[in-house]
Design a protein. Structure first.
Length: 334
């Protein structure tokens, strides 16, 4: 089978690999699409994602495809089923798994990070992380289920109510997902701050966002929001998120910044406003919710996927040689 193998820091090779063998509890999947996200940029550059990727490894953790074979113990899916795969695999035995916080698992492994993933014509995964798709969810849209599930986990960590006003900071793919999800969860007003007029306008026209702010020329309101979701990961946008919070607000720090980055905040404001500042890591037990959001039509990801790439184009994308990408998926299957 053809595979795009990460062989070193910022080094890819197209290789012919043998068909992966499956264990009794595993599924072999013919890859249809694999999304490419910020985590892949980090892994390509030698930085860790949810875990470290050790070359040679096949990346691709946002995957959809069709079941090609199942192990002897698998009963949840069958050959021919259309599926999406939650990449994260938990040990089930550490302190965090045993206290219902599996995302913090001491022995986390992941498809496309610590084991070969979807940037190959076939890959394997434990049946416990393979989800059958509804008929009305396309394989292309299904490549977005993993990032949707990560956003759903972030929302699950908040206490959302219909009366609240929410601000999403960041008009990248994740910020635009949050703009839809927060509304799907019942918040009556969602505003969006970003740097691209076209994206901001699209979210008003298609996705129900009320107010937009282009931060290259406009200030984000301060002391104005009950819920703020920071989906960029830069010190300046993290500081904006805290400044935008009104009394009693919740701030979700979702954006992944450089490991050495810091931002300043007024600690008296945290006390006086009684703020909740919350981190969010990966996607424990949220995959079915993500699928249901697509199945119900409460989320529409198709307008957000700007590019469909070939395996041979992934390195150019990660090197920044392909411009204008909002969200890229790789069409792997024939």
């Amino acid at each position: 089978m053809k595979a795009l193998v990460l062989t070193g820091v910022k080094e890819f090779e197209i290789q012919e690999l043998p068909t992966p063998e499956i264990k009794p509890n595993e599924v072999l999947i013919n890859t249809a699409y694999a999304g490419v996200c910020g985590t892949d940029h980090d892994l390509y550059a030698g930085r860790p994602g949810s875990a470290a990727a050790v070359p040679p490894i096949v990346l691709g953790h946002e995957n959809s495809g069709v079941v090609a074979a199942v192990g002897a113990e698998v009963t949840s899916v069958k050959v021919g089923d259309r599926v999406a795969v939650d990449p994260n695999i938990y040990c089930g035995q550490c302190e965090y798994c045993l206290t219902q916080r599996p995302e913090l698992c001491d022995h986390l492994s992941a498809v496309g990070v610590t084991r070969d993933g979807g940037l190959a014509e076939q890959f394997t995964a434990p049946a416990t992380v393979v989800y059958k798709l509804p008929d009305n969810v396309s394989l292309k849209d299904a490549a977005a289920i993993e990032p949707i599930s990560c956003a759903v986990h972030g929302v699950d960590l908040l206490k959302l109510r219909p009366y609240q006003k929410a601000l999403i900071i960041g008009d990248g793919f994740m910020g635009q997902l949050f703009a839809q999800i927060v509304q799907a969860y019942g918040v009556h007003q969602v505003d969006l701050a970003g740097i691209f007029d076209e994206k901001l306008r699209r979210n008003q026209e298609l996705f129900g966002v009320k107010n937009v702010f282009n931060t290259t020329r406009e200030d984000v309101p301060t002391d104005a929001y009950d819920v703020i979701i920071e989906a960029v990961g830069l010190p300046q946008t993290q500081a904006q998120a805290v400044a935008a919070a009104k009394k009693g607000a919740q701030v979700l720090m979702f954006g992944v910044g450089p490991q050495e980055a810091h931002f300043e905040m007024n600690t008296y404001d945290i006390y006086k406003k009684q703020l909740t500042i919350q981190g969010s890591f990966i996607n424990p037990l949220t995959f079915k919710d993500a699928i249901s959001l697509l199945e119900s039509g409460k989320m529409n990801v198709a307008p957000l996927i700007s590019h469909e790439l070939k395996l041979e184009e992934v390195q150019d994308f990660l090197d920044g040689k392909i411009e204008g990408i909002s969200k890229a998926v790789v069409k792997v299957g024939r």
